[in-house]
Design a protein. Structure first.
Length: 99
């Protein structure tokens, strides 16, 4: 997506990525290979390179504040409404037809 936007004339800097899993943030930001992480495939190394090259920045966000949960989980109505408003998604009022 970054390449597409740059081709359309919308320059991007570092792409922010927020997550609620401290373990994944730590592993991605600290590319030290330990015996527990040897099973991780090549995609892991690509992510580490992107972080190292400052193409993306990874930060922690608590699960209760993560608007991406709206797209991945069934949420209670108050949490759904909060994330919906946070993302700027609005319901269009249905107009009554005069037929």
């Amino acid at each position: 997506m970054k390449s597409l936007f740059e081709e359309l004339g919308f320059p991007f800097g570092t792409v922010p990525i927020s997550g609620d899993n401290m373990g994944s943030i730590f592993i991605g930001s600290n590319p030290i290979q330990e015996w527990q992480t040897k099973h991780i495939d090549i995609q892991y190394h690509y992510i580490c390179e992107c972080i190292e090259d400052k193409a993306v920045s990874v930060s922690f966000i608590p699960g209760t504040e993560n608007p991406a949960d709206m797209f991945t989980k069934n949420l209670p109505v108050p949490a759904f409404m909060k994330f919906r408003d946070h993302l700027g998604i609005k319901f269009l009022e249905q107009t009554k037809s005069c037929a």
